[in-house]
Design a protein around this ligand. Structure first.
Ligand code: LLP
Length: 421
């Protein structure tokens, strides 16, 4: 459930009319609901009730400072994957002992930054990374808490570009080699091995792959303990999917996921961490756009709107479906029209949807892309010198711009013409 509902025939975010925001901010823009964000965070927190746990929001999904602050106030930790994300988490007031550092290519500079600023743990993904982290920690006179990310060779049954748990993927170390890698970690004085990490993919709509992966982690916990390692923390990754196509998708709920976690790992006496991103932010955000033209093609109608693939790249990149709805509600029984919904960018890939039935629309009408709160704004670019679009956060009957649209001048000023030109 989210807080984007129609009232009196017009779409609201909580108690604010989307059309009012559009009039003030201009289109296109992202709009997020605070109540939905906090609700989704709490669903995960409650799903692990009764266990020692921390929900570390995977901030790659949406790393706006206002959103980080909102979730941090609820008690969220953060999962970061770069020095930039680490800096953002700290700037939003997240204490270092609630930040976990993931990613296959952490640099020595990023490691130093996190060790100096405080870190809960690094999720290490290879032996060479382990060697570098050990050196950095020793040079600072500290020990770095680590888990090793294991690759359980499980098919997450999701889009190939976001599956990470098969042996052919670049992530983690093969679980079959885990004992040697943990032995090596234990021999490095700058590292403190605290646990195991696993993340098998994103937008998972079935619990079975998780169950298979977590059963392997439970086995490994016992084996590593027998080898003398003090395994006391399990980072279980993120990835739980959301319904993008509401009419026919019902992925498992956080409470069902939590139940499965307790069944597979609950009796090991470990502290648990999870790293959900999409489920917290995805359905807490919409992208609002305006119709520029309705164009008659040979055999179809094109709805040309003012947002494009640079604003929301998921359809072009993953063939992703987003429900697209008119901001002024359909009148039941009224016959709609079929549209190909496209942006103004000069590529055929700049197509959001083909053959979508919507009510009949005209220039200046507003439409909203649902489920756009995760991996929307953060993956945007300024391709075609289209300014990054504003982000707006709603809370009850108030809203605020939480990222401003840059002016053309601001965009151009970032370039530097060298003296010889
Ligand atoms: N933990 C790790 C180590 C991850 O790599 C990811 C996502 C997550 C947690 C959070 O997964 P989530 O709960 O959000 O599914 N841009 C793609 C999604 C990429 C996900 C990458 N890793 C998209 O738009 O679908």
């Amino acid at each position: 459930m989210d807080h984007f509902l129609y009232r009196d025939g017009t779409l609201y975010a909580e108690d604010v009319r989307i059309s009012d925001i559009a009039a003030q901010v201009g289109t296109p823009f992202y709009c997020y609901s605070s109540a939905t964000l906090t609700r989704h965070f709490r669903l995960f927190d409650e799903a692990l009730d009764g266990t020692d746990h921390l929900v570390c929001y995977a901030m790659k999904a949406n790393s706006n400072q206002a959103i980080l602050r909102l979730l941090a106030e609820q008690g969220a930790g953060m999962d970061v994957v770069s020095g930039g994300e680490y800096a953002r988490a700290k700037a939003a007031g997240v204490p270092g002992d609630r930040i976990v550092f993931s990613g296959v290519g952490k640099t020595a500079d990023e490691m130093r930054m996190a060790l100096e600023g405080g870190i809960r743990q690094f999720n290490v993904e290879s032996e060479p990374e382990m060697v570098v982290l050990n050196e950095v920690a020793l040079s600072l006179g500290v020990t770095a808490p680590i888990t090793v990310r294991v690759n359980p060779d499980v098919d997450a049954k999701t889009h190939a570009k976001i599956a990470t748990g098969k042996s052919e993927n670049k992530f983690g170390i093969p679980i079959s080699r885990a004992r040697e890698v943990y032995a090596m970690a234990a021999s490095l004085a700058g590292l403190d091995v605290v646990g195991i990490d696993v993340h098998i993919g994103s937008q998972l709509t079935d619990l079975e792959p998780y169950r298979m992966a977590y059963e392997k982690v439970a086995e490994l916990t016992k084996t590593l303990r027998e080898d003398g390692h003090n395994i006391r923390r399990l980072d279980l990754g993120g990835g739980l999917g959301i319904p993008y196509e509401r009419s026919n998708e019902a992925p498992p709920l956080p409470i069902e996921y939590g139940q499965m976690v307790k069944e597979t790992l609950g009796d090991l006496g470990c502290e648990l961490e999870i790293e959900p991103g999409r489920l917290i932010a995805g359905n807490a955000g919409i992208l609002v756009s305006k119709v520029i033209y309705v164009k008659e093609g040979e055999d179809r109608k094109f709805l040309i709107i003012d947002s494009a693939m640079n604003d929301l790249i998921r359809p072009a990149m993953y063939e992703a479906h987003h429900d697209i709805v008119p901001v002024t509600e359909d009148v039941p029984g009224e016959e709609g029209e079929k549209y190909d919904i496209v942006g103004p960018v000069c590529e055929s890939g700049d197509t959001f949807a083909k053959g979508r039935t919507l009510k009949s629309l005209a220039p200046d009408d507003l439409v909203a892309f649902r489920s756009a709160g995760a991996y929307g704004a953060v993956m945007a670019s300024e391709y075609n010198t289209r300014p990054m679009i504003p982000e707006v956060l709603v809370q009850g009957d108030q809203f605020a711009v939480i990222r401003q649209r840059p002016t053309y001048e601001e965009m151009i000023e970032r370039d530097i013409i060298p003296a010889w030109l």
